[in-house]
Design a protein around this ligand. Sequence first.
Ligand code: UD1
Length: 419
Amino acid sequence: MQKLIIKGKKKLSGKISISGSKNATLPILAASILATNVKVKNIPLVKDIFTMIELLKFIGLKTKLNKKKNFIEIYNKDKNINTLAPYKLVKTMRAGVLVLGSLLGKYKKAKVSLPGGCAIGTRPVDLHLFALKKLGAKIKIKDGYILAEAKNGLKGTKIKFPSISVGATENALIAAVNARGTTILKNCAIEPEIKDLISFLEKMGAKISLIGRTILIKESKIKTSKINHEVIFDRIELGTYMIAGALLAKKNLIIDKIDTKIIKSEINILKKIGVKITQKKKSVIIKKCKRLKKINIITKPFPGFPTDLQAQLMVLLTQADGISKIKEDIFENRFMHVPELKRMGAHIIIKDKTALIKGPTKLTGAEVMATDLRASVSLVLAGMIAENRTIINRIYHLDRGYEFLESKLKNCKAQIKRV
Ligand code: UD1
């Protein structure tokens, strides 16, 4: 099994370019089932995207991936379509469940494996099914599969989600594009990745408006002409490297290929902690930081602080003065990086949903275990500020979501290698 070996305390300098967003690409690829021919640019070459491509191929779509230029062309000729998402593909990547909305809307039936829980929590799909049932689907669960059918097609209606879910909003939105009449989705997730999905669906001919947390989808005709779309940048990857810069910039660390409008609240939080950031329209410069201040944060749906940056922020706060608090309000089990950080010398106590982080603390290298995607990258950050050598096991988690992590960091003088 592969490991990462990091020699800590190496200062960072140079430039990192941010990849396309994994979490925007996944629903867009799932929604491409609705179209005839799409070209999706700026896709990150990471494991979850390869798995989604495998799923599209299994369903019967033709795909042409250009790895050099990070784009994919997808063709749906409506021939030999298999309305099935098998367990072997959905179990490794929960976003596989997003093909449910496309298949059901377009082909009126789908059999999709239940994704099951994962390391960060139980992660049910009840909200996805709640919305699809309201749209008229008949749904049964049998042998670990969701069996969904809408013999007469889906029908637009008013749906209010009892709580906010990114995936359920995406599934309902994609399904509603093929519904008769108008659908009104209330209490939706409004992450930038969802806005990107809306812009992709609009290019396909869908009529969608977003007002606050309400999404209105009017009955529309899907175009058969070719659609071109460029995926937005990965704001979580950006947040991760901004934190790396805050911890280790020699003088300046430049991060580009971004849009600072989308990450205003994260930038404000980092500034409150004392991180020195110069913003341009399409890049940020992180300057060497002298003193970091404690902060109290609660993870929330967008525009709140993202749960996907919680673990990385915690590493930053091990270097801040005083006791910081992070409350994890989205997932019930997302502090798995804490025992590993403590093995490296961090002072962290967990009380219910809140982690109390005492800093500043010197971290020392250790052999640690990656448990999920974001926890893994927090261990990379910890290894980069720790004394001596850190060995990170089970790094396949990292490969699910960070494109060219080692080379991006090595180019900025980090000492990191895969063995
Ligand atoms: C997406 C992101 C993930 C991010 C998360 C929250 C993708 C591929 N993944 O995951 O990186 O951490 O948003 O920003 O975009 N829930 C239910 N029932 C449901 C669905 C969700 O109870 O049917 C709960 C979840 O267990 C969780 C909360 O709602 O506690 C939010 O989850 P959700 O927004 O759905 O996350 P994902 O879409 O799975």
